[in-house]
Design a protein around this ligand. Structure first.
Ligand code: I3S
Length: 128
């Protein structure tokens, strides 16, 4: 059997409130616009919706359309270098087509959890 080792059986799923801004789009710098977003990691997709107070009841409500969705296949995530933001514990997410996002929360535990979850999701879908 020459098939490669299977990725983890259950892909990472996570949701919560994060502050998000795009910093690069199609390789070009764009102006930061920090927005509080309800963020959902589901398989290889990361979905953002404008924060509605952060309640989990958001799902199934009338406001169930995500603002934008990011494909994590081929993406990378790491702690943002200091020159990218003056804030502490900021993640830099680089996705396909030269788009870069910053993800930030005041709560470093929250950011650490997102880093782990995103790394897992990215490696779980690396072969797709
Ligand atoms: O990287 P920058 O340009 O210093 O980012 C800051 C600005 O986007 C600023 O907005 P205005 O230039 O529209 O005032 C934001 O309020 C700051 O939060 C941005 O910096 P940080 O270091 O917080 O990401």
């Amino acid at each position: 059997d020459l098939s490669p080792t299977s990725p983890p059986a259950s892909p990472s799923e996570k949701c919560g409130v994060l502050n998000v801004t795009k910093i690069t789009e199609n390789g070009k710098r764009v102006r930061k616009n920090w927005t509080s977003s309800w963020t959902v990691l589901q398989g290889s997709s990361l979905l953002f919706a404008k924060g509605q107070g952060g309640g989990t009841s958001w799902f199934g409500g009338s406001q169930s359309k995500p603002e934008f969705t990011v494909d994590l296949r081929g993406a990378s995530v790491e702690w943002a270098p200091k020159d990218k933001s003056s804030k502490k514990h900021v993640l830099e997410l680089k996705i396909r087509q030269g788009t870069e996002l910053l993800l930030w929360s005041e709560n470093d535990t929250v950011v650490n959890e997102w880093l782990r979850a995103l790394q897992e999701a990215i490696s779980a879908h690396a072969w797709e």
